[in-house]
Design a protein around this ligand. Sequence first.
Ligand code: GSH
Length: 223
Amino acid sequence: MYTLYGAAYTRSFLTELVLTELALPYTLETVDILTQDHRTPAYLAINPAGWVPALRTPDGMILHETPAINLHLSEQHGNDILAPARDNPDRGAFLSALFYLTDELEPALKRFFYPHRYVARDGDDHIIAGKALRDVHTCLQVIEERLQVRGPFHLGARYSLADLTLSYWAKSVGELDGATEFPAVNACAEAVSQRPALQDKFAQLNDMMQAYRERTAQGARVD
Ligand SMILES: N[C@@H](CCC(=O)N[C@@H](CS)C(=O)NCC(=O)O)C(=O)O
């Protein structure tokens, strides 16, 4: 049995989607970043970086870094569902798509969600958030153009972890200004969210993001 540390409205939910897609049983240990649970000595002993998710494997090893966790699970248990095998001709394109999401889109989203960490002067949060939002849109536009050439998924007709990762973010940020202007991205996310194994989880994601927005509107934030 795997143990996943995280909170519903964080990217640990992306790992939940992977565990669910692969039908792997797991327990969720809630680490709520809006109440700073991720800074407690107990959690820092699990992941000294102070981020969620972390995953405890059945043999007691702790894994961290979401893309690494997700790729590892996909390769250990996936029977090729989520990750093309090393000898698959699509392997390179798959890794390119996945790394673009994790190296470019995710850092821009982090700047958008935590702008106060990047300001030189108090009160400039909105400047950083605005720039981050433009960076998010630039990334989505790049993905849009790739999907328009080879869609509906990153690997054409073949679904993969890259599509699941994109769909998680697209559905999480669906209400950001301008984020709905990417038809191929949204079509990919819609197709993934309708996968029979994932439908319930994506419905849950919607509710959780709503709850997250309400809490942050009331002043809760990650310092
Ligand atoms: N590189 C890490 C980043 C993880 C990350 O930033 N997680 C967020 C939640 S989505 C978090 O723990 N935020 C708390 C913080 O940054 O203090 C990964 O991909 O797992």
